[in-house]
Design a protein around this ligand. Structure first.
Ligand code: HEC
Length: 195
C-alpha cells in the first residue's frame, strides 16, 4: 500500500472506530425491542437524540433539517411494529399539527402542505445497541396532484442524509389501511400527545 492510501485507510478505520465507540454508548439490554420499558426508551433517546438530527440534516434535505422545530406528537418514541420494529417518533409541521393531534378516526382531511416526519431508531438485538434509523416523511400535495396515493408523497432520508429509494406503492399499500384517517396511522395510543 502506498503512503497516501495507507493514510486514507487509517483515517477511515479511525472514523469507523469513532462511530462504533459512540454507538456502543447507546446500549440496549433486551432481546426484543417490544420488551423496552418507557425508562429504557427515554435513556436510548437521550443517548441518540442529538446525533439523529445531525445525521438526517447532513444532506441538506429541508424537512430533515427542520423537523425538530415542529410539534412533537408523542411523549416519547415507541415501537409500533410496522416500520421494522423500530422506535418511532413523529413530528408535525404547522399546517399538519392541529388536525393531526386530534387523532380523529374518520373524516380526516389534511391541508395541502401538511408534512409529517417520523424519526426512527433501529435496535440491533444481536449487537445490543441502538442506532439512528431512517427519517420517514409524508407530504400532502394539492387536491388531485397524486390521485393514486390520496395526494400524499412518501419520502425518506437515510441516516447518512441521502434520500431513500422506494416506490410510492410500497408505503401507500400499507398506509391505505387508514383511509378514513387520510392515510395517517398515528402513534401508539399510550404515547399520543393530544392538544
Ligand atoms: C406495513 C405497514 C407500513 C408501511 C409499509 C409503511 N408504514 Fe408508515 N406507518 C405505519 C404505521 C403503523 C405508522 C404509525 C406507527 C407509529 O408511528 O408509531 C406509520 C406512520 C408513518 C408516518 C407518521 C404519520 C402517520 O401515519 O401517523 C410517516 C411519516 C410514515 N409512516 C411514512 C412512511 C413511509 C415514507 C413509508 C415507505 C417508505 C411507510 N411509512 C411505510 C405503517 C407502515
Amino acid at each position: 500500500m502506498n503512503r497516501q492510501l495507507f493514510a486514507a485507510a487509517t483515517l477511515m478505520a479511525s472514523m469507523t472506530f469513532g462511530q462504533a465507540a459512540f454507538a456502543a454508548d447507546c446500549k440496549v439490554d433486551v432481546e426484543d425491542p417490544f420488551d423496552l420499558d418507557a425508562a429504557a426508551i427515554e435513556e436510548i433517546y437521550s443517548c441518540l437524540k442529538d446525533e439523529m438530527a445531525e445525521k438526517y440534516a447532513q444532506g441538506g434535505d429541508e424537512v430533515a433539517s427542520n423537523y425538530r422545530d415542529w410539534t412533537v406528537t408523542s411523549t416519547r418514541p415507541a415501537v409500533a411494529g410496522a416500520h421494522g420494529n423500530r422506535l418511532l417518533q413523529t413530528f408535525a409541521n404547522d399546517l399538519a399539527a392541529e388536525e393531526y393531534l386530534k387523532f380523529a378516526e374518520e373524516g380526516v382531511s389534511m391541508p395541502a402542505g401538511a408534512v409529517l416526519a417520523k424519526e426512527s431508531i433501529s435496535i440491533s438485538t444481536k449487537k445490543q445497541t441502538a442506532r439512528t434509523g431512517p427519517l420517514f416523511i409524508m407530504t400532502k400535495g394539492e387536491a388531485g396532484s397524486a390521485p393514486e396515493t390520496g395526494d400524499w408523497v412518501y419520502a425518506g432520508v437515510q441516516p447518512n442524509g441521502k434520500p431513500m429509494k422506494f416506490k410510492q406503492s410500497f408505503c401507500h399499500d400499507c398506509h391505505v389501511s387508514w383511509e378514513a384517517q387520510d392515510m395517517l396511522a398515528y402513534p401508539l395510543e399510550e404515547v399520543r400527545l393530544s392538544n
